[in-house]
Ligand binder design. Structure first.
Ligand code: PMP
Length: 462
């Protein structure tokens, strides 16, 4: 499909973004203009299989027809009125979310970070009102390597230097423990501990899966010490790991639950903090809120997103196809790979940084028609929309194997580990043949992106 000729070239788009946009992201050199199901298209009409799903926000696939209808139907009637008034679908949305997750009460927000803030505020207030902690003494325990968002509260929980640098002073009353170590949690709990906030599996840290039994043991410890267990399932939730909630892999029902991303059906930011009645009853009108949280559009889309997960068996698909994807990724023998981790349609391939940069792999995959992005310099994530088919996964796996083979050859040549060399010396991982570089004219990413793309183009040109 040819794009309209009026569309700006990648270089122009990038320049505009650079000139007028804050530099808080470093996007890959591609301009996306359309999405449908598991695919997105760029400004030149090139098609990509989306293996990122907007950090798991697009679990239902791009522009899911049923979700689009719900959005449009609601938008045509009533979109935003604020929570100063009752609206038609909010109650039904919150009821469905509570019933599905085993929680009693839900508080709607927009982004994941806002729902995290809500959880922190609820935990603190609960600790004063219900647990009797002395004023100003309440503490929260979080895990090393966590990612709970970018607000002050969330970065105060973080142990990642880049997320914190220059943003202090931080919210006080926070302690951190190693992820996966339940005994460390037990040792760190004291009389002032209100809550333990944890991602059942860490996403942004590079798809880190804790030892079996970890979450169940944490739940026991929290119960023994009357500490709230708050599960941040913004990324792991709603089928991503092959269960509705990642907590369910260990039969854990937390005291508080944070949902976001996929709850908005890939169309809107919709988040919830859900909890037991005792926890949520600390809020009175005026204590906390959000102009947009729980708006009619969000409620209509959120409710339909939850229903669609079940009506289309997306959770079962994630479990089944995820197991297949993990098995296939693990069967790849490559000296570049240190580890393959995952659960459901949520896999991370961890590369040896002395042999290849994950970003080079992401760029090479881009040129073969696969969208993904590195996390923490060494990990490439594969998290397609849950509507992906086995054939589409096979296609992506075949491209990934090609990219790896090429990257391995390049590493062998560059490291001198491979003296004879193949006849056509690949200096970068292989990409889509016969296509021109999406990076051409894109100055900022030149060292990485365009050298990779240009080399590919050279090799493909007779
Ligand atoms: N919690 C977790 C576990 C996340 O992965 C994220 C986003 N990656 C957030 C919170 C923050 O969500 P948002 O970007 O919507 O604020």
């Amino acid at each position: 499909m040819q794009p309209p000729t009026s569309l700006p070239h990648l270089a122009d788009v990038a320049t505009l973004e650079r000139q007028y946009g804050a530099r808080n992201y470093a996007p890959l050199p591609v301009v996306l203009t359309r999405g449908e199901g598991v695919y997105v298209w760029d400004d030149r009409g090139r098609k990509y299989l989306d293996m990122m799903s907007a950090y798991s926000a697009v679990s239902h696939g791009h522009s899911h027809p049923r979700l689009l209808s719900a959005l449009i139907e609601q938008a045509q009637r009533l979109a935003i009125v604020s929570r100063a008034f009752h609206t038609e679908s909010l109650g039904a949305f919150l009821k469905r979310a509570c019933e599905l997750t085993g929680m009693h009460i839900a508080l709607p927000m927009n982004t994941g970070a806002e729902a995290v803030e809500t959880a922190l505020k609820a935990a603190r207030k609960w600790s004063y009102l219900a647990k009797g902690i002395a004023a100003g003494q309440s503490e929260i325990i979080a895990c090393e390597g966590n990612f709970h968002g970018r607000t002050m509260g969330a970065v105060s929980l973080s142990t990642e230097p880049q997320y914190r640098h220059g943003f202090g002073p931080f919210v006080p009353g926070i302690r951190t423990v190693p992820f996966g170590d339940a005994e460390a949690l037990r040792r760190t709990i004291n009389a002032n501990t209100a809550a333990f906030i944890v991602e059942p599996m860490q996403g942004e840290a590079g798809i880190r899966i804790p030892p079996a039994g970890y979450l169940a043991r944490c739940a026991e410890i929290c119960r023994e010490h009357r500490v709230l267990l708050i599960a941040d399932e913004v990324q792991t939730g709603l089928g991503r790991t092959g269960k509705l909630l990642a907590c369910q892999h260990e039969n854990v029902v937390p005291d508080g639950l944070i949902l976001g991303k996929a709850l908005g059906g890939g169309l809107l930011p919709v988040s919830l903090f859900l909890a037991r009645r005792e926890v949520m009853s600390v809020f009175s009108p005026g204590d906390h809120g959000s102009t947009f949280g729980g708006n009619p559009l969000a409620a209509a889309v959120g409710l339909t997103a939850l229903d669609t997960l079940f009506d289309e068996n997306l959770i079962e698909r994630s479990a089944e196809l995820g197991a297949y994807l993990l098995q296939e990724l693990r069967s790849i023998e490559s000296p570049l790979i240190r580890e393959v981790r995952g659960k459901g349609l949520w896999c991370g391939v961890d590369f040896d940084p002395s042999r290849v940069r994950a970003k080079e792999i992401a760029l090479a995959l881009l040129s073969t028609g696969i969208l993904t992005k590195e996390t923490h310099d060494t990990v490439i994530r594969f998290a397609p929309p849950l509507v992906v088919t086995r054939e589409q996964l096979d296609w992506a796996l075949a491209r990934f194997r090609e990219v790896l083979a090429s990257a391995e050859a390049m590493w062998r040549i560059n490291s001198g580990a491979f003296n004879d060399g193949p006849s056509a010396s690949p200096r970068t991982p292989a990409g889509r043949s016969g296509t021109s570089s999406p990076a051409s004219g894109f100055s900022e990413e030149r060292t990485c992106a365009s050298s990779a793309m240009d080399d590919l183009h050279d090799e493909a040109t007779p």
